[in-house]
Design a protein around this ligand. Structure first.
Ligand code: GDP
Length: 453
């Protein structure tokens, strides 16, 4: 995976021209290698967490004026010696300095190798390392907060405590195996049952939190469906507050699906404008309609909009039946309220249908709130632990199954089988925090990082 005897180097800032570029070195020789290229103070004699001005030189040629930050092991991100060289952000300078550092004995870091080392050296557990990747990728306040919470160990601490209690039981049961002849019971079965129930409850909550966690991290696929001229494009524009989709008077002209992202309270709703769900008459339209049905099937939320001034109750019911046949519960929106009488609007309100005018932009904020609450059932208070990672979800689900096995066997199977079931549950829990890892798993996680992270 990574040979920690080697000192690695990579650009830590994005490549391309910028005001500064930060080159990071980590490993036993980081300070010595940097020192061999640095004209200024003797870096080997400087204290940790200090910054030094000087030149990087290749033989006698000055490559750049730089600032060098020193982090002496173990007080660094990787717990190894780390040097960060802030140079001018030109591709040429950055490349020349990295080449020079390689010539002096460093090797180019692999994707995620700095964070991998931080994990291997005990700086953070696996779920925290993954949170680093999430934090870098976060694109809204909510996703940033969820990643930060995980980075601070909220998620791991909760699991670690549970795992320790279960380990204790496992060892008591192991002890019973040593005294198999005497038929003693060290592990109180009622207490074990209670513990398993407690753990299952916590894990159940974590598993449930994935829906929200995933929505925060990935966004919610949302489809606006409705007949031609219902006002889908106008609604899309009203929601986005900009003129993006082309609004036209000819039915069925929004032929291509358009994707836009709408941010409501920190959740990204990926809005897909569609070609309508009525029976298609011509070939191009048909493709659009087929695509609409595919999009509807893939979406987590469907907003069905109709022209309330035009559509008859029969037509409306026929559309809703079609959606139902797809297994879709749609958020129903009556459009063109500006053309309705107040009695008609009142009647819609009474049946729980939101009446809006996409063109006049009335009741759009009510609609935004409805969209949010259709997708996000739970309340976010900013402190809860949310599972955002599919790998964690799967490990939690497998833990749940293993715990169910323990419960099933608790009164009937012998200690050795019970011990095996508990170990299985411990294994899956350990996969989340990295107490149990394989090279493949680590490869899979860290290869998704960028180089320099
Ligand atoms: P789409 O085919 O479903 O995308 O419908 P469009 O957004 O292109 O709208 C079709 C027509 O209905 C356009 O002429 C819009 O200006 C009009 N329209 C959209 N929303 C409203 C509304 O709230 N009130 C009225 N009176 N007309 C609207």
């Amino acid at each position: 995976m990574t040979n920690t005897e080697e000192t690695i180097v990579a650009l830590a800032t994005p490549s391309g021209t910028g005001a500064i570029g930060v080159i990071r070195l980590s490993g036993p020789d980081a300070i010595a290698i940097a020192n061999s290229t640095f004209k200024g103070k003797d870096l080997a004699k400087q204290a940790s967490h200090t910054i030094h001005f000087g030149n990087i030189t290749d033989d006698d040629m000055i490559l750049d004026e730089v600032l060098v930050s020193l982090f002496v092991a173990p007080k660094s991100y990787t717990r190894e010696n780390v040097v960060e060289i802030s140079c001018h952000g030109s591709n040429y300078i950055i490349e020349s300095i990295i080449k020079l550092l390689i010539k002096k004995g460093a090797r180019l870091a692999k994707a995620g190798e700095f964070t991998l080392r931080a994990f291997l050296n005990g700086q953070m557990d696996l779920s925290q390392a993954e949170a680093v990747a999430d934090l870098i990728a976060s694109n809204s306040k909510t996703s940033q907060q969820v990643a930060l919470q995980q980075l601070r160990g909220g998620f791991s601490n909760q699991l670690q405590g549970l795992r320790e209690q279960l380990v204790q039981f496992a060892s008591l049961i192991e002890l019973e195996l040593d005294f198999a002849e005497e038929d003693v019971e060290f592990a109180n079965r009622d207490q074990l049952k209670k513990l398993i129930h407690d753990i299952s409850r916590v894990i159940g909550t974590l598993v449930q939190s994935f829906e929200l966690g995933n929505a925060i991290k990935q966004g919610v696929n949302t489809v606006i469906a409705g007949r031609p001229n219902a006002g889908k494009s106008t609604l899309l524009n009203a929601l986005l507050n900009e003129e993006r989709a082309i609004v036209s008077h000819i039915p069925g002209t929004t032929r291509d699906t358009i994707e836009e992202v709408l941010n409501i309270n920190g959740i990204n709703f990926r809005l897909i404008d569609t070609a309508g769900i009525r029976e298609a008459t011509d070939a191009i339209e048909k493709i659009g309609v087929q695509r609409t049905m595919e999009k509807i099937a893939q979406s987590a939320l469907v907003i069905y909009i109709y022209d309330a001034a035009l559509l008859t109750d029969e037509e409306l019911n026929s559309d809703l039946t079609k959606l139902q046949q797809q297994g879709v519960t749609a958020l129903i929106v009556a459009n063109k309220a500006d053309l309705l009488s107040s009695q008609q609007i009142e009647k819609l309100n009474q049946s729980g249908i939101l009446a809006i005018s996409a063109r006049e932009r009335t009741s759009i904020s009510e609609l935004r709130s409805k969209i949010y609450h259709s997708a996000i059932k739970e309340q976010l208070d900013g402190n809860e632990t949310l599972v955002t990672n599919i790998r964690h979800l799967e490990a939690l689900q497998r833990t749940q199954e293993a715990l169910a096995d323990v419960l099933r066997g608790i009164d009937s199977v012998t200690s050795d089988f019970l011990s095996m079931d508990i170990k299985q549950a411990l294994h899956y829990l350990g996969e989340i925090t990295g107490a149990v890892t394989t090279d493949d798993l680590l490869d899979n996680i860290f290869s998704k990082f960028c180089i320099g992270k």
